[in-house]
Unconditional design. Structure first.
Length: 663
């Protein structure tokens, strides 16, 4: 047999963060040189440092850097790369980019552009799957895209339903709609998200199937016509259609169902002549019926759990297949060994509706006995321009119970301080009886584990006070000054006030050997020692803390909390009661619906902010008149910035306005 392989010598990785580091690791193990690309926000990023060469693409916004196909191809050519690996997200599912890579004489590490184009258009994919005999969710995938046509189609499909970006994935451009009067705004938000994320505002509608699981099948095909599947992953633990915890195999799939779903996934891939690694996603009903959702024509974020149970390196297979090699195994060679779970650690605030967060990573300590895929290191800054995922923590065990226990222990040990994360929420999920029983469905997480900020206990407050005092003592020691109240022995003590949200504690700290005696209203605790272990009233525990400015981040007992040092009476928090509608997080102002002089009702949308690829609508919160608009369309706004200011409208004004309207 003639060998038609094309050896890869230098691969440009057209991505950033953890997936860029993951691809570079396999390339390095195979002796393949790597080229990183970066935006101005990422010039010091870990993925840049981990490659053999790096090329700047442009400014921080993805549209001006990572989404610029011309800049990526130019970077490949000028760096001497002979192949391009797109990772996931960004340009990975752009058929025109794949064609441009091939036309430039470079090897594309992915499926053929025609397959990407068919599967990347959800409407075309639905039609292709139906023709191939793969069951699809009832819905609308027509060409007419105006609101009237979509509203008519929605009534035919029936409510509740899902609005989805035809070119989308990863939860972007997706909205759940339960009744007809909510559809126009959902269409508007979904179109905007889809256009910004994928360059295509086209939408489809699908019936919302409740009580189902999200089960996806990993497929892989070569250039010689062979396609096999590598079993399934269960991704049912989702929030806002964003996966949170994934596992392989699915607790709901037995060998018979696995064979049926695997055969459907292989048929889906064969229908488009698929080459390389891809994933066919299904909705699985309790009855065992399943429906095609979409095909991701790329590597998935959650691919490590499949690697853990099959023993295969999916990135290595991608490299081999792109070089022209045949599949090295048949379907009969695929065996699933044990169980694996993956948890996604996000920069987001569960206590504030899971809004994404950005800022510095003051502390970063990941478990060293588990597989961790991360794009960050201590001292890095999380940018508001990109996805909110910080890391993936993967645990394997010979049974699901062992894998779950190992993942939980790893999450308890990790430390990530400087901005809010969902670590505590991940632990809540793993501890929930439904998840332990393997019973999670796609609508389970948001109803059963809503997420909240942990309430501070007196021991937490005492630890936070000791952390502040230790931090201040270390700072003074560095500059050659010692405050008598911080010597640790025989000094009179120190007053300090800490706050967390609306809670405030006035404290007094008296130094004791190796620590502090902290008193507050109704409590007293002795805190001794220094991280990584401190003791409260003689009980030792793992503790980490970090401070910046007036903010202190504390982690212990698998709880993450933020406190602020209060030096004076705090100002009232801006919000609807003050007439100021503030930005709940840093991001771009992508829609502005009001101008000075406009009248608004409480439920009216006034603006939309986009952060970390997701859109968030801001509402008036009360009736009033717009007196000031504090930002312009397209501006990058800071968290807490006043976007719109309202003045209350008294009864006489309302009556005069009503008379004017009817006159």
């Amino acid at each position: 047999m003639t060998d038609h392989t094309r050896p890869l010598r230098r691969v440009l990785i057209a991505n950033r963060g953890e997936i860029a580091r993951r691809i570079a690791r396999t390339c390095r193990a195979r002796g393949i040189a790597t080229v990183a690309v970066y935006s101005d926000a990422d010039q010091e990023a870990a993925h840049v440092a981990g490659c053999d060469a790096a090329v700047r693409l442009g400014p921080a916004p993805a549209a001006e850097s990572y989404l610029r196909s011309d800049a990526v191809i130019s970077a490949a050519q000028t760096s001497g790369a002979d192949a391009v690996h797109p990772g996931y997200g960004f340009l990975s599912e752009r058929a025109d980019f794949a064609r441009a890579v091939i036309d430039a004489g470079l090897t594309w590490i992915g499926p053929a552009p025609a397959a990407i184009q068919t599967m990347g258009d959800k409407a075309a994919a639905r039609r292709a799957m139906a023709a191939a005999g793969v069951p699809v969710v009832p819905g609308y995938d027509g060409a007419a895209q105006d609101d009237a046509a979509l509203l008519a189609a929605a009534h035919a499909v029936g409510f509740p339903l899902m609005v989805k970006a035809a070119a989308g994935g990863g939860g972007k451009g997706m909205r759940q709609v339960t009744q007809a009067d909510a559809l126009p705004e959902a269409l508007d938000l979904a179109r905007g998200e889809a256009a910004r994320a994928f360059g295509d505002a086209k939408l489809i509608l699908e019936r919302l199937i409740t009580g189902a699981r999200h089960v996806e099948v990993q497929v892989i095909g070569d250039a010689h016509g062979s396609v096999i599947h590598l079993g399934e992953r269960d991704c049912s633990a989702q929030r806002r259609h964003q996966k949170v915890i994934e596992e392989a195999p699915s607790p709901a799939v037995d060998p018979v169902l696995r064979a049926r779903m695997g055969a459907a996934a292989v048929a889906a891939a064969q229908a488009v002549g698929y080459q390389g690694a891809g994933t066919v996603e299904f909705l699985l009903e309790p009855s065992g019926a399943f429906y095609f959702l979409e095909m991701n024509t790329r590597l998935q974020v959650e691919h490590p759990v499949t690697e853990a149970v099959t023993g295969l390196d999916l990135v290595g297979l991608q490299l081999d297949l792109a070089a022209g090699a045949p599949l090295p195994l048949t379907q009969d060679d695929v065996a699933l060994n044990g169980h694996a779970l993956e948890a996604r650690l996000y920069a987001e605030d569960p206590g504030a509706g899971f809004l994404p967060a950005a800022g510095p990573l003051l502390s970063w300590d990941m478990p060293d006995d588990l597989r961790v895929e991360a794009g960050y290191r201590a001292g890095d800054t999380v940018s508001p321009h990109y996805d909110a995922m910080l890391a993936k923590i993967i645990a394997w065990g010979d049974t699901r119970a062992v894998a779950l226990a190992r993942l939980r222990a790893g999450l308890e040990r990790l430390s990530c301080l400087g901005l809010p994360t969902n670590r505590g929420h991940l632990l809540e999920i793993l501890d929930h009886p439904d998840f332990i029983a393997g019973a999670a469905t796609t609508d389970w997480l948001e109803t059963e584990v809503p997420g909240a900020t942990p309430a501070a206990r007196s021991a937490d407050v005492a630890l936070a006070a000791a952390a502040w005092l230790n931090t201040e003592a270390a700072r003074l020691a560095r500059i050659g000054r010692i405050n008598p109240a911080l010597r640790g022995f025989g000094a009179p003590g120190s007053h300090l006030t800490l706050a967390q949200g609306d809670h405030r504690w006035d404290l007094f700290a008296r130094p004791v050997p190796k620590g502090w005696y902290i008193t507050g209203k109704g409590f007293a605790h002795q805190v001794t020692g220094m991280p990584p272990t401190m003791a409260v009233d003689g009980c030792r525990r793992a503790v980490a803390y970090a401070a910046q400015g007036d903010q202190l981040w504390l982690a212990h007992d698998a709880r993450d909390m933020a406190f602020r040092r209060v030096w004076a009476t705090p100002e009232a928090i801006a919000g609807p009661d003050t007439g100021r509608i503030i930005a709940p997080m840093a991001g771009a102002l992508v829609a502005l619906d009001v101008a000075p002089g406009d009248r608004v009702d409480a439920d009216d949308r006034v603006a939309v902010i986009e952060a970390m690829k997701m859109s968030h609508a801001l509402r008036a919160g009360r009736a009033g008149i717009v007196t000031q608009v504090g930002a312009a369309l397209g501006d990058q706004v800071a968290q807490g910035a006043a976007i719109v200011t309202l003045a209350a409208q008294d009864a006489d004004q309302e009556e005069n306005a009503d008379n004017a309207d009817t006159g």
